[in-house]
Design a protein around this ligand. Structure first.
Ligand code: NAD
Ligand code: TYD
Length: 338
């Protein structure tokens, strides 16, 4: 089987490429990635010499390039490529609509023309919006996105389902909760806080720190995705969650404790506009249909993740220079000084 993995030089995509090449000797992977600020060939360095892996630099909104690639005998598309950071979507929503919605359209169109057998669209729990203290989202919960990022992903999800209905293409949608693990861009809270703490820099905690996220280790997410490439039913949505809810304050305290750093590094800063209060997913459908279970407990997985950033200082120091600095200074500068 030949997979086209879009966004494979990003966080989850690069972990997925590694996962597939390790778990499935019958699979070849072509990675398509534009190498935006979030894409990094260093994330794929350990599979660079693998004869079953090919990297192609290209933009998913470039219809001619995408079509040429998909027509090279691709069996399934696993679509990760996206603008993925909520704070950036608040500052500059347009590129989110272009990449996340138009890019998905371009890929769906090419997949339809080339009669690709399966399209796996990697989406997010953020399309459901925010929960109160009780309950969990199921796949039937209404879509109420609360940020431009979430709205662009929800729009793409609806387009995928419309293409199944209209053109009869074979497509599956996954909606995962917040991922963590190695190679995550340090704009997301776990790698940001771990690397700031390692450098004795402040940890900017938004609002009252009481927002809740449902965490899953990236390897457990990747295992679910690979199962669904084979066993997901077309036109269906699958939530992916390990049911590990933690407030941001609890998470921050756990990171500092493990690193032996003081809580005085925490700065309560101005809240993110429109900040979703709580995410929690019911992943019963995925469990029932595929037998998937998360294999990593949160505490141990967080420990392993922190160790990875400790041991890969060269990776995150390189990433935290350049373009990263510009956004960081602009977004956090005022908050940290206030
Ligand atoms: P990321 O930002 O780390 O990686 C995104 C990748 O897409 C980068 O390599 C980037 O270069 C590439 N890309 C961006 N625009 C592109 C374009 N126009 N053409 C080609 N490549 C382009 O993101 P991530 O955290 O790995 O997320 C991957 C996917 O998973 C996204 O679709 C995201 O919505 C979804 N998701 C993420 C999480 C999470 O917690 N990180 C949770 C659920 C779902
Ligand atoms: P993030 O990693 O950006 O993921 P998402 O917004 O997609 O859930 O943020 C996770 C949580 O951490 C979210 O509630 C916002 C909070 N947060 C902070 O408190 N400070 C920060 O600097 C960042 C980036 C996030």
């Amino acid at each position: 089987m030949k997979l086209l993995v879009t966004g494979g030089a990003g966080f989850i995509g690069s972990n997925f490429v590694r996962h597939v090449l390790r778990e499935r000797s019958d699979v070849e992977v072509v990675t398509l990635d534009a190498l935006t600020y979030a894409g990094n060939l260093a994330n794929l360095a350990d599979v660079a010499g693998d004869p079953r892996h090919e990297f192609v630099r290209g933009d998913i909104t470039d219809a001619a390039a995408v079509r040429r690639l998909v027509e090279r005998g691709i069996d399934a598309v696993v679509h990760f490529a996206a603008e993925s950071h909520v704070d950036r979507s608040i500052e500059d929503p347009e590129v989110f609509l272009k990449t996340n919605l138009i890019g998905t359209h371009v890929l769906l169109d090419a997949a339809r023309r080339a009669r690709v057998r399966r399209f796996l669209h990697v989406s997010t729990d953020e399309v459901y919006g925010s929960l109160g203290a009780e309950g969990k989202f199921t796949e039937d919960s209404p879509l109420r996105p609360g940020s431009p990022y979430a709205a662009s992903k929800a729009a793409a999800d609806l387009l995928v389902l419309a293409c199944v209905n209209t053109y009869g293409i074979d497509a599956v949608i996954t909606r995962s909760s917040n991922n963590f693990g190695p190679y995550q861009f340090p704009e997301k809270v776990i790698p940001l806080f771990v690397t700031n703490a390692l450098a004795d820099e402040p940890l900017p905690l938004y609002g009252d720190g009481g927002n809740v996220r449902d965490w899953i280790h990236v390897e457990d997410h990747c295992a679910a995705l690979l199962l669904l490439v084979d066993r997901g039913r077309s036109g269906q949505v699958y939530n992916v969650s390990a049911s590990e809810e933690h407030t941001n304050r609890q998470l921050t305290a756990a990171i500092l404790r493990r690193l032996g750093k003081p809580e005085t590094l925490i700065r309560l800063v101005a809240d993110r506009p429109g900040h979703d209060r709580r995410y929690a997913l019911d992943a019963g459908k995925l469990r029932r249909e595929t037998g998937w279970e998360p294999r990593r407990r949160f505490d141990e997985a967080l420990e392993g993740t922190i160790a990875w950033y400790r041991e890969n200082e060269g990776w995150w120091r390189a990433v935290k220079s350049g373009e990263y600095r510009r956004f960081y200074e602009q977004w956090y500068g005022g908050r940290l000084r206030a």
